[in-house]
Design a protein. Structure first.
Length: 302
């Protein structure tokens, strides 16, 4: 009799436990994704950035958005289809970066290094250099930049040697100049070889405040002539990453200084010119100097 009573009392408990176990199992099955739905997270491309030089990213369409995870640690600027990045301080922690160019998205990771071995990341040829995941986003692969790679130390030494020789040349192009904010920026010398254009600029600082050159931007501008109603016809801009020359150069107040750079060799038409922009560190004195294409196309070799 007692055993029947215990069996009667225990049966509902067993049924409830079984029902609970089935519910938990079903819930777990719903929450746990199937093996076919689990994918490994894509590996982000690391973009090397330092606090002493600028890293350039060039895309196939106009850049409309740049989002950096830790924005306080990196300085970012958008120019047409290019993004310029520099670390604000040494040993900045890695952070993801999302860029929208045209109707596509690219995502990578900024990583601080003392000296980037690659300073130009070219994503213009999506088919050749980009890997599409089918959802409209592109994970880029950086091309080789021979001048920036450590294996090309001899080539870098040759470029710096030619820049050193250019610094000793007599000024030749004083007429190509711009004056703004008590500063005068002019082209002193230009030379070409088979791979690079070598430029020497003169900066006269009439102010009492030192001019600390932080960013130096080079852009090849084509079809810049204005037509009726001052509208520009199919103007095209192409960023040119400097391949040689010093960074963070300072022209003290009431003095004259010279800046030298090497940029990739190019050929421009009569409607094109090289736009050189100097941006000041912790200041707003920006100098923009257009260098006519004929001046560079007719320059002597070095």
């Amino acid at each position: 009799m007692l055993s029947k009573l215990l069996l009667a009392l225990g049966l509902p408990v067993l049924l409830a436990s079984a029902s609970s176990a089935q519910t938990t199992s079903a819930t777990s099955a719903l929450l746990r994704p199937s093996s076919s739905a689990v994918h490994g997270a894509p590996t982000l491309l690391d973009v090397a950035v330092s606090d002493s030089s600028t890293t350039y990213l060039v895309f196939s369409g106009p850049v409309s958005l740049v989002d950096v995870g830790m924005a306080n640690n990196y300085l970012v600027k958008i120019e047409a289809n290019a993004v310029f990045v520099r670390a604000r301080r040494k040993a900045a922690p890695p952070t993801p970066m999302l860029i929208r160019f045209g109707s596509k998205y690219w995502m990578g990771r900024l990583v601080y290094v003392n000296r980037p071995v690659l300073q130009l990341y070219d994503f213009q040829k999506d088919g050749a250099l980009g890997l599409s995941n089918g959802a409209g986003s592109v994970a880029g692969a950086a091309p080789e930049n021979e001048l920036a790679l450590d294996k090309e130390r001899e080539k870098k030494a040759a470029v710096e040697g030619k820049l050193s020789a250019l610094r000793k040349s007599k000024e030749e192009h004083q007429a190509v100049a711009v004056v703004d904010n008590d500063l005068v920026l002019s082209l002193a010398n230009v030379r070409n070889d088979r791979d690079f254009t070598y430029l020497r600029f003169k900066v006269i600082n009439h102010s009492a405040i030192d001019y600390n050159v932080d960013f130096t931007d080079f852009q090849l501008v084509e079809n810049a002539q204005k037509k009726f109603l001052a509208k520009k016809k199919n103007e095209a801009r192409r960023p040119l990453a400097p391949s040689g020359g010093g960074t963070n150069q300072v022209v003290s107040g009431r003095t004259t200084g010279y800046l030298t750079y090497a940029i990739p060799l190019y050929a421009a038409t009569d409607r094109g010119y090289l736009e050189v922009t100097l941006r000041e560190l912790n200041g707003a004195r920006v100098l923009v100097l257009p260098v006519p294409s004929r001046v560079i196309n007719r320059a002597s070799t070095i």
